[in-house]
Each structure stands twice: as structure tokens, then as C-alpha cells.
Ligand binder design. Structure first.
Ligand code: FNR
Length: 348
């Protein structure tokens, strides 16, 4: 893990109330998947090229129609105001200052309009299909109007994973934070949180439906198998994110780093493939890109950085990751991510 990230992690641990720290860090079940996520990237070994001109390295990345300065993307995560009063507004500003794309969560704690106004760079919106489908439709339309350029539909959460460490975080988060983007579309009353829960009856039809409602491309997040990825692409997915949801959904699922090759094979180059889970350095990203990923999402390190330093902290963390990737790309003999290929990485 990069030193900048280790340091902000320690600062965040000291600054946050213990229940918020646990909510951010927790994984599902016995945390087997969470515990193995970072190490799984270290299972691969690199086969560098030599005698390439790497005097200039360019990390520019294009995802669908979105241009970014680097392949590091901020993963969608709930409730950034628990980390910093400016919440997601600070996150999008910090990410944009580093030239990075942000994916804003359905569970964001600032309004989409505030986030859209604060954003000085591109952002996508992460959607859950909620039990009240009209709520999801209203939300994705609002996200598009506020400036989101794509949707990320999270499909690994028919029910929220049971996290042993977290005791009643939902109870601790007041409605005006938890439902800040949702309350206006709901009839007031005790059922509000139920209507906003994920709909476990979701099928692939949702992909085309949300694309039509929002007018945006839909990237599907939370896929760990090639055959399931192919099924998403055939249903209209504009991209796929290989993800274990940060080890927070089904414990003992395969590490993203190990699932990535199978998903890439299933997708067969038809749409971009992104990956997240345990990416903590430029070398982790280098492995992912060499395997064939188009970009990598970073989760918890962004929350640590936001806690420790607000927008500037987020910029610093993402810039440090980009600087590290730029360095290791050069040393591996690649002047840009597109110069990497599968032959440059081997198991063990
Ligand atoms: C998440 N993640 C997540 N994913 C999603 O699609 N919608 C969400 O609202 C959230 N919320 C959320 C909250 C917190 C506190 C965490 C830590 C994670 C999962 C996230 O997008 C991503 O998949 C992982 O966090 C990536 O793994 P790392 O980088 O945290 O190891």
C-alpha cells in the first residue's frame, strides 16, 4: 500500500467515531474476501518489456465518452458526510483536481444537484433498483439532469450483506442524511427506508430500462463470472465492473483480481471492463491493466483521504496513485496503459 494511503488511513482511524470507522472498514461474514483482496493483486508477477522509449508516460484514459487524466476512478460509496461535512461535494472536487472520474452513490449524503454544481470534472451515478421503482426512475433522471454522464447499476446487492462488525449503522444515520436524495420522492412515513431498499427481484431487463429512462449508458457493477458478464452485455450493458463490493456482500467470493481474467474472456472486448477491490498502489493498477482492465476503482482509500484532508486530501491520494502508476508503467516498459498486454503478467 502506498505510504500516503497508509498515513491517511491512520489519521482517519483516529479521527472517526469508532462506529463510522467500522462501517467503512467492515466486510461481510468472516471477512475472508475482504482479508484477501489486497494480497490477490500480489499473486501476479510482471514480465516487463525493455528498450522502449518511456521518457514520457501518459495515463490518459477514455471510458465510454468520458475523458480522464488517469485510470483511477472513485468507487461509489455511501454517506461521505460521515467522513467530512462537505461530503460528496468535496470528493468530486478533489477527484476532478486529480483529473479523475467519480462515481456518486445512490446513498450519497449530499443532493445530486449540489454534487453536480460542485463537480469540476466528470461524474457517473451509481443506481440501485429500489423496491419503489418510480423512486429509481426519478433518481436516474435527476442524475442525468444534474450532469451524470453514465449510470453504474450495482447488481450484487439484492439484500445488503451482513457485516459482523457493524451494529445498527442505519439506525445511527438520521433520515435527513440517509434519504437526502430520496425523501422528496417518497410519501412521508415509516415505510420510507423500506421503499428505498434494493429490489431483490431485479433481472437483466433493468439494464435497458434504466438506459431508456435516463438516456445514459448503463455499466453493470458487481460481476465475478465471465458467463454472467456476457449475459449483462447481451442485455445492453455499456460496461462491466468486476467487484466484490469491497468484500461487503457475499463473503468468500473469489477476489476481483482472480475473477478479472474470466470476466474479460466473457466480455470479449465488446465493452470496457473496470475492476475494484484492494487497489492500493500503482503496481496493483498495473497488474489490473495488464490483465486487460480499462480502469480501476478505488474505494476506502478515498474515504480515508476525505476524512483526513477533505477535497485536497482526495486530490493528493489520487495524484499519488497516478504518480506511482506512471513510474511503474515506465519501469515496466510501457509509455501508456494501451502498451500493456496480457503477456506482461503471469500467475505467481
Ligand atoms: C461501498 N461500496 C458501494 N458500492 C456501491 O455500488 N454502492 C454503494 O453505495 C457502496 N457503498 C459503499 C460504502 C462503503 C463504506 C464502502 C467501503 C464500499 C463498494 C465500493 O463501490 C467498491 O466496490 C469497494 O469499496 C472497492 O473496494 P476497496 O477499494 O474499498 O477495497
Amino acid at each position: 500500500m502506498l505510504r500516503v494511503l497508509t498515513e491517511s488511513r491512520e489519521r482517519a482511524r483516529a479521527a472517526l467515531p469508532p462506529e463510522v470507522w467500522d462501517y467503512y472498514e467492515a466486510g461481510a461474514g468472516d471477512e475472508v474476501t475482504l482479508g484477501g483482496a489486497e494480497a490477490a493483486w500480489r499473486d501476479y508477477r510482471l514480465r516487463p518489456r525493455v528498450l522502449r522509449d518511456v521518457s514520457r508516460v501518459d495515463l490518459a484514459t477514455r471510458l465510454l465518452d468520458t475523458e480522464a487524466a488517469s485510470p483511477f476512478v472513485v468507487a461509489p460509496m455511501a454517506l461521505h458526510t460521515l467522513a467530512h461535512p462537505d461530503g460528496e461535494c468535496a470528493t468530486v472536487r478533489g477527484a476532478a483536481a486529480a483529473g479523475c472520474l467519480t462515481v456518486v452513490s445512490t446513498r450519497a449524503s449530499r443532493t445530486l444537484e449540489e454534487i453536480g454544481a460542485a463537480a469540476t470534472g466528470p461524474w457517473w451515478f451509481q443506481a440501485y433498483l429500489m423496491r419503489d421503482r418510480a423512486l429509481t426512475e426519478a433518481l436516474v433522471r435527476r442524475a442525468a439532469a444534474a450532469g451524470a454522464r453514465a449510470l453504474v447499476l450495482t447488481v450484487d446487492t439484492p439484500y445488503v450483506g451482513r457485516k459482523g462488525r457493524v451494529t445498527g449503522v442505519r439506525i445511527a444515520v438520521p433520515d435527513d442524511t440517509y434519504l437526502v436524495n430520496l425523501a422528496q420522492h417518497l410519501v412521508p412515513g415509516a415505510v420510507a427506508r423500506e421503499a428505498a431498499e434494493q429490489d431483490p427481484s431485479m433481472t437483466p431487463d433493468t439494464i435497458a430500462h434504466l438506459a431508456e429512462v435516463s438516456g445514459l449508458p448503463v455499466v453493470v457493477k458487481g460481476v465475478l463470472r465471465g458467463d454472467e458478464a456476457a449475459r449483462c452485455v447481451e442485455a445492453g450493458a455499456a460496461g462491466v465492473v468486476v467487484s466484490t463490493h469491497g468484500g461487503r456482500q457475499l463473503d468468500r467470493v473469489v477476489a476481483s483480481a482472480h475473477a478479472l481474467p474470466d470476466v474479460l474472456e466473457g466480455v470479449g472486448g465488446r465493452v470496457p471492463v473496470l475492476v475494484d477491490g484492494g487497489i492500493r498502489s500503482g503496481t496493483d493498477a498495473l497488474v489490473a491493466l495488464a490483465l486487460g482492465a480499462d480502469a480501476v476503482l478505488v474505494g476506502r482509500p478515498v474515504l480515508w483521504a476525505l476524512t483526513a484532508g477533505g477535497a485536497e486530501g482526495v486530490r493528493e491520494a489520487l495524484q499519488a496513485l497516478a504518480d506511482d502508476l506512471q513510474h511503474v508503467l515506465a519501469v515496466a516498459g510501457a509509455a501508456r496503459p494501451a502498451d500493456l498486454d496480457r503477456s506482461m503478467v503471469t500467475a505467481g
